[in-house]
Design a protein around this ligand. Structure first.
Ligand code: DX5
Ligand code: ZN
Length: 220
């Protein structure tokens, strides 16, 4: 498997000093996970396109935009223009994502699908071949700082088996409650991209926390 990727979630960053927070973790991480919430698909509002374009000049990290929105295909050109590199959309918001995946690619965006803890693997499996990544929520979407739901690991295992059998290069991402304790379990189940908000940006020393998380998943 390729190098494991860490994607700190901006939701847990200190918004008074985003530049300092992002540049501090940059050498230790791979992607920046950006949670876009609309207050409708999830009961919370976070940030959107102006914040993405505002922070774009600060870093070369891949902007991994997790769209927790009711119409996730509505702003793809604007997201691409703002500097997003990939978008993930919830299967619960878009049961047939075929056209949305094509539209994302037309706009130069990598495309991914997300499923909530209660959504079965079968809801996304027909679309894995049109996805660059699949994201399994290990908490209910909408808020940081919740506890990891270990029952989600069975779906991660199913997805890993699915992509290996078909020799696909699909990234398998997990999001929610990732800590030094839970991250190795997610990797053992087959995840290769780990989102971590509280564990990285919520720490006193975010780059040190990211390095510690990497040691935990690489078994060093
Ligand atoms: C929740 C978001 C997560 C969140 C993770 O809806 O999708 O990305 O920021 O936060 P932690 O790592 O604190 O569970
Ligand atoms: Zn997220």
């Amino acid at each position: 498997m390729a190098r494991l990727k860490l994607a700190p979630s901006l939701l847990a960053a200190d918004f008074r000093c985003l530049e300092r927070q992002i540049t501090a973790v940059e050498p230790e991480v791979d992607w920046l996970h950006i949670d876009v919430m609309d207050g409708h698909f999830v009961p919370n509002i976070s940030f959107g396109i102006p914040v993405i374009s505002g922070i774009r000049p600060l870093t070369t990290l891949r902007f991994d935009c997790h769209l927790m929105t009711t119409n996730p295909d509505a702003y793809l050109p604007e997201l691409a223009e703002a500097g997003a590199d990939s978008v993930t959309m919830h299967i619960e918001a878009m049961p047939d994502p075929t056209d949305a995946a094509a539209l994302a690619r037309e706009n130069g965006l990598a495309f991914g699908l997300v499923c909530n803890p209660a959504t079965p693997f079968g809801a996304i499996s027909p679309f894995i071949e049109i996805s660059d990544l699949v994201l399994f929520m290990s908490v209910e979407p909408g808020f940081g700082g919740q506890s990891f739901m270990p029952e989600v690991l069975a779906k991660v295992e199913q997805a890993r088996e699915w992509v290996e059998e078909r020799e696909l290069a699909t990234d398998i991402q997990i999001d929610g409650g990732i800590t030094i304790e839970t991250a190795p379990k997610a990797v053992a189940a087959g995840a290769n991209v780990l989102v971590a908000g509280t564990t990285i940006f919520g720490a006193e020393d975010p780059p040190a926390a990211a390095a510690e998380l990497r040691r935990a998943i690489e078994g060093k």
